[in-house]
Design a protein. Structure first.
Length: 342
């Protein structure tokens, strides 16, 4: 797919990418087949049936502990399939989910009452979802709340350029950092101010996590590389505008070499691996969608006209999370999410 002129304008106007460095995403022949379309629609119907009265999602015990994060993942999936607030077959569900997230944001940009435990994971995912929604609706209500969540991310970046579990300037790891970087990119695409130094420092941290001998990336600088860590890292570099970075190509090869659906972080890792390979495009994306898409379709569980996926490994969390991630991946050839474009 050729890079849209409007997206080039957005990226260059806000300083994310230099105009002379923007290259079109290599074309591919990936299409959503009728059979896959049926699976996607069944999954959306399943998720719609599981939405709670307050607009949130979360079915399993683990998901119920993190409603903000799970609602964010669900909203990304609905958007990936073309649903926006009041638009599409599930527009009302998107509206309810969006309103739930907006109601959770306090004056300081915190979702909910406390920023305890692994808070920044949920903060990042929810802010990504709202950033994409604002970008496509330009709702002033979303913008007011979104700006607060973005300011919190900017303020909690540590001296190395990364982020950790709590919204404080302390320590960092690649899994938390990627979500903040993607949230910043979604907001910046939509016109929210993000300092370039915040992006630049994040890139420095991601590079520091590279494991040169393998081509992969580690959880923190100096530790061992892994599948999900590598996917998170090269996706981070790309959303920061470094599409042609040699580390991205090496990381992509690492993902192909280490892909197996039995690994404990398979679902979580592919939430990053899929858009990373998609942004590379061309034959790389064609091969990745064929391999991963086939694996996803084989594990789908059908009940009547609904489809869902059960939790898989430590990164599975629950059926809503897994179904949201897999639905998003299968829907990527629709090209609906601006965030996944170069």
């Amino acid at each position: 797919m050729t890079l849209p002129r409007t997206l080039v304008f957005i990226l260059t106007a806000f300083g994310l990418i230099a105009a002379d460095k923007v290259k079109p995403r290599p074309r591919d022949n990936v299409k959503v087949t009728p059979a896959t379309e049926k699976i996607i629609q069944g999954a959306l119907k399943y998720m719609a049936s599981k939405q709670k009265a307050d607009g949130s999602w979360g079915s399993s015990r683990e998901e119920a502990r993190h409603p903000v994060a799970i609602t964010g993942y669900a909203l990304i999936a609905f958007q990936a399939a073309g649903n926006l607030p009041g638009e599409g077959p599930y527009g009302k569900h998107v509206t309810k989910g969006m309103n739930y997230l907006l109601k959770q944001i306090g004056p300081g940009g915190i979702y909910g009452k406390y920023a305890s435990g692994q808070y920044m994971y949920g903060h990042g995912v929810a802010t990504i979802a709202l950033g994409e929604l604002y970008g496509q609706t330009k709702s002033p209500i979303i913008r007011t709340k979104l700006e607060k969540t973005i300011k919190l991310i900017i303020a909690s970046q540590n001296s190395q350029g990364g982020w950790r579990y709590r919204p404080v300037v302390r320590d960092a790891d690649i899994s938390v950092t990627v979500l903040q970087v993607v949230a910043l990119r979604a907001a910046k695409n939509a016109g929210i101010d993000v300092p370039q130094r915040t992006i630049d420092n994040a890139v420095k941290y991601v590079r520091a996590c590279n494991h040169a001998s393998s081509g992969g990336f580690s959880y923190q600088p100096g530790s061992s590389p892994g599948y999900a860590r590598t996917a998170a890292a090269i996706y981070s570099l790309q959303v920061c505008g470094h599409y042609e970075d040699p580390l991205v190509a090496k990381g992509s090869k690492y993902l192909f070499a280490n892909h197996r659906n039995s690994q404990e972080w398979y679902v979580y890792g592919n939430f990053y691996a899929a858009p990373a390979q998609y942004m590379i495009g061309g034959k790389t994306w064609e091969q990745w969608y064929r391999v991963v898409g086939s694996s996803i379709l084989k594990s789908a569980r059908r009940t009547g006209d609904t489809v869902h996926w059960e939790s898989q490994g430590r990164g599975g969390v629950g059926a809503i999370f897994t179904t949201s991630v897999f639905t998003t991946i299968l829907s990527m050839p629709y090209h609906y999410l601006p965030l996944y474009q170069r």
